[in-house]
Design a protein around this ligand. Structure first.
Ligand SMILES: Cc1ncc(COP(=O)(O)O)c(C=O)c1O
Length: 398
């Protein structure tokens, strides 16, 4: 007999992060089991027929569902306050599925411009190929949202805080406008994690994550998830995922489950360290555009303080002298690694203009305030004094 104590929705976030969704097998394991299986067996042919005709709810094939993946989905749904979630192999698979599952030729999508490069690519290159009209707005400008949402719209896609410029979008205001246009609002909540911002409570309908980032948080595995209400997840998203197949592997789901257990601890330290680094960088006085939503100088600091409980671990700043100086600075790092990833326990430094956002035109980069001297620092879990020392010595080189 499996020893399963009742799991309560009313538990607080940290308890849900540790225990939400756990289902023990008959062996009574403490740690969640990895069900490394592609398929499932049936006692008789009739049982298989019943399963495929949806007469019984059971595992059929791990492209559709898997017990370890289910545990991750349920834990995330409880933390997010969503009816349910569907996990994917990567964050981009989650972003694409969240929209592609609901739109058809002739539909219209509105997105904010300040997006991770691949998300913008989906909006501006892939969806239009299928006859979906896309309108891109400055997500911090309410007038542009009002104009764009005067016409019927299928969905709105925003990322807040945005990658890499850390723009903050008013989820409540955008959701109110979007709903009047008949649109569902999708929020890419990667930078905030399920702990620092709750888009569904602010009026959004769907939340997506790259679990590759803080949810794993230790640079081990790729993953993603889409969360929303039962109607959307069951009837729109699930058939799309089932037949197109970007499923999360059971092993990676297990890594994400373990990652969630320490997410709160890690985010507290990430945010504290990032705050110290942002203060240090701004305090130097010789760096342009030091951006961190927790700094009073951030243009949407007040909004960030109302819709987020803390400000995350990413800080961006610009070096005079453009790409050449940014590269010299990055190459001078003795501890901080150069990488395009973020949300890792290791501090990671990225030059967005030549990596994550290199596909954008120079004008698009300029409109995002993404200049060639800009670097993005994902502040890790090292002692912040060591991070500071490394930054200091590298800055002295440039
Ligand atoms: C905001 C944001 N959304 C989505 C993604 C895509 O995630 P993945 O790399 O897991 O596909 C990223 C990756 O950097 C990201 O930063």
């Amino acid at each position: 007999m499996a020893i399963n104590k009742p799991i309560r929705d009313s538990w607080r976030a940290q308890t849900l992060a540790v225990r939400g969704g756990t289902r023990r097998s008959e062996f009574g394991e403490t740690g969640e089991a990895i069900f490394a299986t592609s398929g499932y067996v049936y006692e008789c042919a009739e049982q298989a027929e019943d399963a495929f005709r949806d007469r019984v709810d059971r595992f059929i094939y791990s492209r559709f569902s898997n017990p370890t993946v289910d545990m991750f989905q349920d834990r995330m749904a409880m933390m997010e306050g969503a009816d349910m979630g569907k996990a994917t192999a990567t964050g981009m698979a989650a972003v694409f599925a969240s929209m592609a599952s609901m739109v058809e030729a002739g539909d219209r999508v509105v997105g904010s411009r300040a997006l991770f490069g691949s998300c913008l690519y989906i909006l501006t290159e892939i969806l239009p190929k299928y006859g979906v009209e896309t309108t891109i707005v400055d997500g911090t400008d309410q007038n542009q949202w009002e104009d764009a949402l005067k016409r019927p719209t299928k969905c709105v896609f925003v990322e807040t805080p945005s990658n890499p410029g850390l723009d903050i979008i008013d989820i409540q205001t955008v959701s109110d406008l979007a709903h009047k246009a008949g649109a569902k609002v999708i929020v890419d909540n990667v930078f905030a994690t399920p702990l620092l911002q709750h888009p569904l409570e602010l009026g959004a309908d769907i939340v997506v994550y790259s679990a590759t980032k803080h949810i794993d948080g230790q640079g081990r595995a790729l993953g993603g998830i889409v969360l929303g209400d039962k109607e959307y997840c069951e009837n729109t998203l699930k058939p799309f995922l089932r037949h197109t197949g970007p499923s999360l592997s059971p092993f990676n789901a297990w890594i994400m489950l373990k990652g969630l257990e320490t997410l709160d601890l890690r985010m507290q330290r990430h945010c504290r360290n990032a705050r110290q680094i942002a203060d240090y960088l701004e305090g130097r006085g010789d760096l342009a555009k030091v951006r961190y939503p927790g700094l009073k100088s951030h243009p949407q600091h007040e909004l960030a303080a109302t819709q987020m409980s803390d400000f995350g671990n990413v800080v961006t700043f610009s070096l005079a002298g453009g790409k050449e100086n940014a590269f010299r600075f990055m190459n001078a790092m003795k501890m901080i690694d150069i990488s395009n990833n973020l949300g890792d326990s290791k501090s990671l430094l990225t030059h967005p203009a030549t990596t994550t956002h290199q596909r954008l035109s120079a004008e698009d980069r300029e409109s995002l305030g993404l200049d060639d001297g800009m670097v993005r620092l994902s502040v890790g879990l090292e002692d912040p004094e060591d991070v500071k020392e490394d930054l200091e010595q590298a800055l002295s080189v440039v």
